[in-house]
Design a protein around this ligand. Structure first.
Ligand SMILES: N[C@@H](CCC(=O)N[C@@H](CS)C(=O)NCC(=O)O)C(=O)O
Length: 214
């Protein structure tokens, strides 16, 4: 299998943490995609993912899978022992619900702020930004506020339970971690009064898959 990505960017990191959790890194060849050079916004990359984003997993039969959730779901089930996406119907539903909240309210909100409220990844990608957003950069401020609100939400969640979707580590924790990782890049720090989120963040930062992603 191959994964097209750009190391250390937040979405590729989600999959690399999942690979380390599953100890599957040795099955993967990584293909570097030049994001700052806009390689992902042109053919031939667009043929494998029309969204023009990384990561993309290529199976040995030539199937391309994009979307971190889909890739992680695939990897989690590869050996028939899912540990990141739940086993019971309730666990699976809770994990998907919480990871979706983390993705939309934290990770993507930070991403919008980063791309439209800061210089972002550089000038070559400017032509690929949404023109209506450039005209209304105050939207970036709304996205920043949304991300900070999401931090408060996850702080409340983690005050009541050890992990984002309940009592076990899951794909939802990986999404929150990547959201906070991206937030730091965008210079949005966790407010110190969010003690439950801070404690969870410290614990996560010591997790082997986070210390050494694939
Ligand atoms: N929905 C996608 C989002 C992937 C994504 O936005 N990846 C970023 C890298 S962290 C990217 O490729 N950004 C390039 C761009 O938007 O120009 C997923 O879950 O995989």
């Amino acid at each position: 299998m191959r994964i097209f990505d750009f190391p250390d960017f937040p979405n590729p990191l989600r999959v690399r943490i999942a690979l380390a959790e599953k100890n599957l890194g040795s099955l993967i060849d990584f293909v570097f995609v030049d994001l700052p050079g806009a390689e992902h916004k042109q053919e031939p990359f667009l043929a494998i993912n029309p969204e023009g984003t990384v990561p993309v997993l290529e199976l040995d039969d030539g199937t391309y899978i994009s979307e971190c959730t889909a890739i992680i779901e695939y990897l989690d089930h590869l050996e028939g022992k899912p540990t990141l996406t739940g086993t019971t119907p309730k666990q699976r539903a809770m994990i998907h619900m919480m990871q979706k909240r983390a993705e939309r309210e934290l990770l993507y909100a930070v991403g919008h702020y980063f791309h439209y409220g800061t210089p972002g990844p550089g000038p070559i990608l400017m032509p690929y930004k949404r023109p209506e957003w450039e005209a209304r950069t105050e939207w970036a401020g709304f996205e920043r506020d949304r991300a900070m609100e999401a931090m408060r939400y996850f702080n409340d969640v983690l005050a009541k339970q050890p992990f984002v979707a309940g009592h076990e580590f899951s794909m939802a924790d990986i999404t929150v971690w990547s959201g906070l990782y991206f937030a730091r890049v965008a210079k949005l720090e966790i407010p110190t009064e969010l003690t439950a989120l801070m404690a969870w963040h410290i614990e996560m930062s010591q997790r082997p898959s986070v210390v050494s992603p694939a």
